[in-house]
Ligand binder design. Structure first.
Ligand code: PA5
Length: 432
């Protein structure tokens, strides 16, 4: 199970104060689980893992089988925000870091529709020209501009290259069951379609086909991921002060109320860079409203100790950090002896690189605590599908509890509309 270590907060908060916030978090947990709080029509994610059975998994895997048979080697996953970040985070975490350069066989997943850069789009089209391609288009609303633009281009390419009928078998749409342009288009063209249920918001949708189909297409074990989430669903339902989701929600709210307005999500494993992006969306879009909310930021250490380290150590004291820690590396690399020792590194000879990483992590924790930055550590055993499933569900649960402690509706995002209205007006969209 995901573990939490709050010892890095000991010098910042008193025991009684913490207990007071644990009680607040336990009360918020009841509101969340009994579905009596704001946004309670968006709680489908809570029991989602236990609702996923063999049939749901097989439906996702049927796309993999069909496309392997066609020897598809490139899958363009089109989506933005909650419609791509979970899949991207999982695929980045599970893939070989240099997968793009290894020349291995099989389907490669790339993402599009998460920006409006013309250069990015043109380069995507370059890649499509060279590959045997298919596409998964994901939009809950079915009306979001960025993925719609990318999909129009990719759809046209597939139809021109493979013919309309074959293109249809190379497109999967994941969208609302009834509403939106993508739904009407899919009905008309006859695409295989997965439904995003009404009661699951985008940023809580990684364990639906929104995340599971792309993750399966990238070759990863979605059954293990769902099992991890199922186990987390069960464990985190405990109404108990020792529940790590309750403890984390309590501590982050306590720190916020003490003026720590920024939560820095950190990891000492670069494979978790996009988990940081997913976390920023999950917490930022859920909590940042009504003039309140912890501002989520993310860093990868030790890399960013050489860019952001100075600020974290000595800048304005409004930060706390949450370090997602993978306890066991998957691979072993030992630092060799060098007879000349010109670099002076022989004191590390025979030690694992991961040992150095651990010592860097410990040294950073001590330095940041000394510098006034409380430290929360979230631990998982290893970086695999099972543990990622646990992490996804854990953070979703924390987010729901934490936002209720803060006093906001975690499940809407009214502020996202502001830029869209201006953009539509500037683009002269009919009706704006
Ligand atoms: O969490 C959310 O609801 C948002 O981030 C959406 O996922 C994002 O705006 C994309 O929306 P849609 O899936 O409707 O295209």
């Amino acid at each position: 199970m995901v573990k939490i270590d709050l010892t890095g907060c000991d010098s910042f908060v008193g025991k009684e104060q913490f207990n007071e916030y644990v009680n607040k978090a336990l009360a918020a947990q009841v509101v969340l689980e009994e579905e009596t709080g704001a946004g309670n029509d968006f709680l489908g994610w809570q029991h989602l893992p236990s609702a996923i059975g063999r049939a749901e998994l097989d439906d996702c895997l049927s796309v993999v089988d069909a496309w392997l048979e066609k020897e598809i080697d490139l899958v363009v996953v089109i989506g933005i925000g909650g419609s791509y970040l979970g899949a991207k985070a999982a695929i980045e975490a599970l893939s070989h870091t240099f997968a793009a350069h290894l020349g291995t066989q099989g389907m490669k997943v790339v993402f599009a529709g998460e920006n409006l850069s013309e250069d990015y789009t043109a380069e995507l089209m370059d890649l499509l020209q060279m590959r045997n391609a298919a596409c998964v288009v994901i939009s809950k609303s079915g009306t979001t501009t960025e993925p719609a633009v990318a999909f129009r281009l990719v759809k046209q390419h597939l139809e021109e290259t493979y013919g309309k009928e074959e293109a249809c078998s190379r497109i999967v749409a994941i969208t609302d069951k009834a509403r939106g342009a993508l739904k009407s288009l899919s009905n008309q063209e006859g695409y295989k379609t997965f439904v995003i249920e009404d009661n699951i918001g985008g940023r809580f949708s990684v364990l639906t086909p929104v995340g599971l189909v792309p993750i399966a297409l990238a070759g990863f074990d979605i059954e293990a991921m769902v099992q991890g989430a199922k186990d987390a669903e069960k464990a985190l339902a405990a109404r108990d002060a020792a529940n790590p989701a309750v403890q984390y929600a309590a501590m982050r709210n306590l720190l916020y109320d003490q003026g720590k307005k920024i939560e820095l999500f950190a990891s000492f494993n670069p494979k978790l860079q996009y988990l940081g992006e997913w976390l920023k969306q999950l917490f930022g879009e859920s909590e940042g409203k009504d003039g309140k909310g912890i501002f989520p930021a993310s860093v990868i250490f030790t890399t960013d100790l050489h860019s952001m380290g100075q600020y974290i150590q000595e800048g304005e004291r409004m930060l706390f950090e949450t370090v997602v820690t993978v306890d066991n590396a998957q691979r072993e690399v030992t630092i060799p002896t060098d007879p000349q020792d010109l670099d002076g590194l022989n004191y590390l000879a025979g030690k694992r690189v991961e040992h150095c990483n651990r010592m860097a992590q410990l040294g950073t924790k001590m330095a940041h605590i000394d510098g006034g930055v409380p430290n929360i550590a979230i631990h998982v055993d290893q970086l695999d599908e099972y543990n990622l499933g646990q992490l996804f569900y854990f953070f979703e649960k924390v987010c729901g509890i934490s936002a209720y402690v803060l006093g906001v509706n975690p499940f809407n995002q009214p502020g996202v509309e502001a830029y869209k209205k201006n953009m539509f007006k500037l683009l002269e969209k009919p009706g704006y």
